[in-house]
Ligand binder design. Structure first.
Ligand code: MG
Length: 203
């Protein structure tokens, strides 16, 4: 199973990190060992003192595909979730400034939180979903999938030009603005609409 992540997919988040708007989707991968096991906390790793939360909509691939036309992308996923792309921002900034790959900052063990999976048929329109992240009870990130630069179907089409998508692969579709540091004893809750998709403690 692989995890394919999209960076810089919401204009408000591109602006907050002072990045340039990409001409094509920014893609990176997470390892299979990045996934946080069920009901486990997130442990702040010792190589970073600036771990950020990035709440993101996820889809799970249900069919093998390559060179998928975006008109048919919807046939490749049924389930939708919400997760966190935990990012060692200090390390990522250093790697970025040296022109090096981001993996150490993005794909480390425990860097991927995946919430519960829900069938897409339970939503009216997955291209218009409100989602949010609460940090210790305060809403810190709010997004709507209609504000993505590339929507889920376009992402699936794009990444399948490079990587064969396989059953069980997960796509992280990018974060809206409001990313920020997590600290020991924080608690994070992610919601699509009013429905809770995950709850996690920081240790
Ligand atoms: Mg992200």
């Amino acid at each position: 199973m692989k995890i394919i992540c999209i960076g810089r997919n919401y204009v408000d988040h591109i602006n907050e990190l002072k990045n340039n708007k990409p001409k094509e989707p920014v893609i990176f991968l997470k390892t299979d060992t990045s996934v946080i096991l069920k009901n486990q906390p997130f442990f702040i790793p010792n190589f970073s003192s600036d771990i950020h939360h990035e709440v993101e909509l996820l889809v799970k691939i249900k069919k093998v595909g390559k060179h998928i036309d975006s008109r048919f992308s919807h046939k490749y996923y049924d389930e939708v979730s919400l997760g966190i792309d935990f990012t060692a921002r200090d390390l990522q900034s250093e790697l970025k400034s040296r022109g090096l790959p981001w993996e150490k900052a993005k794909a480390f063990d425990g860097s991927a939180l995946i919430g519960k999976w829900v069938d897409k048929s339970s939503f009216q329109n997955i291209h218009d979903l409100n989602f949010s992240l609460e940090l210790n009870g305060d809403t810190v990130q709010k997004g709507n999938s209609s504000l993505m630069l590339w929507n889920i179907d376009e992402i699936i089409s794009y990444v399948s030009q490079f990587f064969t998508l396989k059953i069980g692969d997960v796509i992280f579709s990018g974060t809206p603005s409001g990313v920020g540091r997590v600290n020991i004893n924080d608690s994070l809750v992610g919601k699509i609409g009013d429905d809770e998709f995950f709850k996690i403690k920081i240790k």
